[in-house]
Write a protein that binds this ligand. Structure first.
Ligand SMILES: C[S@@+](CC[C@H](N)C(=O)[O-])C[C@H]1O[C@@H](n2cnc3c(N)ncnc32)[C@H](O)[C@@H]1O
Length: 237
């Protein structure tokens, strides 16, 4: 995490945009590492998550949220010092347009931080996260939400380097264990059950149900740990 802190600290009074902010986990990490920012805006297409964000960060007037699609949001060009995209890369189909759009919103000299789950080099406990994630992605796709499986490290590096209009100047394995909170098995079971509710009318419901039982069994036998993440820095030099 020191690497990330080092990059954040290069931007005093930064204006930051966190794309695909979800429950604001990455905003929480930024705020944990560095407080010398001017403003953080979290943007997400899903608004019920944003309600939770507002609650979590309600005492911090420098953090705000907007419920929009990043590709149609009307932020002025070159308005952010730092743009982050955490665990959201695999939610886009058109990576090239998304990265181009992100670069257009970046101030000269600013950085893009892409942090992304990777599917390789997993421990048994991390395989639990991968299984759970791939199950959630499959259910999302069934209900029409864009959500791919996560990719291996080389695949992500190759794809970002290929499609980014600005160079990747650094990357490393993001170790966030001391920041993240332990997740209880019962909470993970609830997540799985809630996912099943989304496909209760599907013809494949019984297959999903069977898969969910297998995943629960694996979680119980092996425990759970968050999957490895890769952090990449893009900057026009
Ligand atoms: C897996 S969550 C990541 C949450 C958080 N950033 C994290 O690091 O855990 C991905 C989020 O991206 C959001 N998302 C997907 N496409 C988006 C878009 N075009 N514009 C804004 N948010 C988007 C989804 O709604 C979802 O909340």
């Amino acid at each position: 995490m020191n690497e990330l802190k080092k990059y954040l600290e290069q931007y005093p009074n930064a204006k930051i945009l966190d794309i695909g902010t979800g429950k604001g986990d990455f905003i929480g990490l930024i705020d944990y590492l560095y407080q010398d920012y001017n403003e953080i805006i979290g943007i997400d297409v899903i608004d019920y998550l944003l309600e939770m964000d507002k609650e979590s960060f309600k005492d911090n007037p420098k953090i705000r949220f907007t419920n929009e699609d990043i590709l149609s949001a009307t932020f002025p060009k070159q308005s952010f010092d730092i743009i982050s995209l955490s665990n959201t890369f695999h939610h886009f189909t058109n990576i090239e347009d998304t990265l181009k759009h992100m670069v257009s919103l970046l101030k000269p000299g600013g950085i893009i931080i892409i942090s992304e789950l990777i599917s390789d080099n997993s421990t048994k406990q991390q395989v639990s996260h991968k299984l759970l994630h791939h199950f959630a992605a499959k259910i999302d796709r069934e209900i029409g939400v864009i959500h791919s499986q996560t990719c291996d490290k080389e695949g992500i590096l190759k794809s970002v380097k290929k499609y980014s209009p600005i160079p990747m100047i650094d990357y490393w394995d993001l170790m966030v264990k001391d920041y993240e909170i332990n997740v209880k098995l019962s909470k993970l079971y609830d997540i799985i059950d809630n996912l099943l509710v989304n496909v209760k009318d599907s013809k494949q419901y019984n297959d999903y149900k069977r898969e969910s039982e297998e995943i629960k069994k694996y979680l119980k036998a092996n425990g759970f740990q968050l999957a490895n993440k890769l952090c990449m820095i893009l900057k026009d030099i």
